[in-house]
Design a protein around this ligand. Structure first.
Ligand code: NAP
Ligand code: G3H
Length: 473
């Protein structure tokens, strides 16, 4: 078990106050990290605010060079980072490597977009007829100190998709990783240190959200918050902060709607991958499946056959289904299964647990009075609802608390468009499982699923503001 240091001020440090991180897989301590106390928080923001004065004014190419140097160091150390990531969140090793590679691509794409759309000022002339003789130069400038709060499930990617756009624009960052995710966060801070990033430009704050979270989000020096995580914490941030720009990416209950003309094999494959990868612990995971009653039996049988093929077990063997993040997640998932069965659902497969593993579970006969109908399982459970008229699905989804993504499986494009136009979601996929990527695409949720937009261009947009210079022509 390793004692990690973090990049703090201008050096790598450790403190007496320690946070132990346990593996969700073995329950062993896999890392000890320096944790912050409440009374240290304000000085971190103060330092970040001071660092902004210089960082925001250095040539943009220098900031790009720092980001690329960091990215290269991260990629060169991807095995170290993937092992840490796997150990603290029980993502299988090969998916951890993919997450890091995707994050490197994210850096490159962010820099491209930054150079294309955020560096050069736009010029606007007054209409010559009015003869006012004015010209406006419009620049995008950084905001100041950005607070980045990331969740456990993508501890590298969902941290860097906030940190990189913020920094390249010239903001400084206070970064609060999830507790399970803090080892990855500490390693990211080490790679920034090795890339010679100036002091206090990136400030990692490790500690449990329940202990230091409010102290962080209420700091008066924050100029923007980018949060990804659950609805409760996201809404708490929205309540406790005022007049600060916020981007909140929160929970989802993404539906798949399978019409009777759908390509069934493709729909089954998408539901398995979309619903069960990383054991269902993705905001964009398919969390409920509506299937036309004429094909429901065939769909369910095929789905169960595919689920049987999934490997269940350890991260190091790259099992498809690995342990959930905590025992309380297992308890929550089990409660949803039990509630559904008690109210008449059929357990087609799964439902059993072993430590923090929940075997992949398919439930049919789901009705809208069951908790799982509009609850976020964040676990490998596929609930199936049969429908006769798709309008009833549209009506049910209209009442959903969530609105991240939906997917519709049909060979009829017109019908896809007709239904998609009636659904209130951030994105709607035609014959694809819901997903955040490609990272260039806008990514957003409505209702309880979020506020504001991510995706490479939009992340840059959300962390900058317009500044105009009006001069004589
Ligand atoms: P979470 O419990 O809401 O935690 C998210 C982050 O908030 C963590 O860093 C957490 O730190 C921190 N936090 C906790 N209490 C806080 C407080 N009072 N003030 C400030 N920060 C606080 O979410 P999670 O369990 O890590 O992630 C799973 C959830 O995230 C799911 O609901 C999932 O749908 C959602 N998610 C959404 C998206 C999206 O883009 N829509 C993407 C990924 C995940 P600690 O870990 O120390 O508590
Ligand atoms: O957990 C939420 C992530 O934003 C999902 O990303 O669709 O690329 O797995 P993904």
């Amino acid at each position: 078990m390793t004692k990690y240091k973090i990049f703090f001020n201008n050096q790598m440090v450790t403190f007496d106050n320690a946070l132990e991180i346990r593996s969700p897989e073995t329950n062993e301590v896999v890392g000890i990290l320096p944790a912050f106390k409440k009374n240290q928080i304000d000085s971190i923001f103060e330092n970040a605010e001071k660092a902004f004065e210089t960082w925001s004014t250095i040539p943009h190419q220098k900031r790009i060079d720092y980001m690329m140097a960091f990215g290269k160091i991260m990629l060169d150390n991807k095995e170290e980072l993937a092992k840490a990531l796997t150990s603290e969140v029980a993502k299988n090793y090969s998916d951890s490597i993919k997450e890091i590679e995707r994050s490197y691509d994210y850096i490159v794409e962010t820099i491209d977009e930054y150079k294309k759309n955020f560096v050069k000022p736009k010029v606007q002339y007054d209409n010559p007829q009015t003869k006012k003789g004015k010209v406006s130069y419009q620049k995008k400038v950084a905001l100041g100190v950005v607070l980045a709060i990331s969740p456990f499930n993508y501890p590298v990617n969902l941290s860097l998709s906030k940190i990189i756009p913020a920094l390249v624009l010239g903001n400084t960052v206070v970064f609060k990783p999830a507790t399970q995710g803090s080892i990855s966060g500490a390693l990211l801070s080490k790679y920034f240190y090795e890339a010679n990033l100036p002091a206090n430009v990136l400030n990692i704050v490790i500690g449990r959200g329940s202990e230091i979270g409010d102290e962080i989000i209420e700091n008066k020096r924050i100029k923007m918050i980018s949060f990804t995580g659950g609805v409760d914490i996201g809404n708490r941030i929205a309540e406790k902060t005022s007049s600060i720009p916020l981007v909140l990416e929160m929970g989802g209950n993404d539906p798949a709607i399978i019409l009777k003309d759908a390509n069934l094999n493709a729909a089954v494959n998408n539901v398995v991958k979309g619903g069960l990868s990383y054991s269902g612990q993705r905001c964009t995971a398919i969390k409920i499946v509506f299937v036309h009653k004429s094909i429901a039996n065939e769909f369910t049988n095929k789905l169960v056959e595919e689920v049987k093929k999934l490997s269940v077990g350890s991260t190091i063997n790259n099992s498809d289904i690995t342990p959930l993040i905590s025992s309380s997640s297992v308890q929550w998932a089990t409660k949803l299964i039990t509630d559904a069965i008690d109210k008449g659902a059929n357990l087609e497969i799964g439902g059993n647990t072993q430590g923090n593993i929940l075997y992949p579970t398919v439930l049919s006969g789901i009705k809208n009075d069951m908790m799982i109908f509009d609850g976020e399982q964040f676990a490998p459970i596929i609930p199936i609802v049969e429908f006769d008229n798709v309008q009833t699905v549209i009506d049910d989804l209209h009442n959903s608390l969530y609105g991240l993504q939906a997917c519709i499986f049909t060979q009829n494009h017109k019908e896809f468009v007709r239904i998609a136009n009636k659904l209130n979601y951030g994105s709607i996929n035609w014959n694809f499982a819901s997903s955040r990527g490609p990272d260039k695409f806008p990514f957003l949720g409505v209702k309880n699923s979020g506020f504001g937009t991510q995706g490479i261009y939009w992340a840059l947009e959300s962390m900058s503001r317009m500044k105009t210079y009006v001069v004589e022509k």
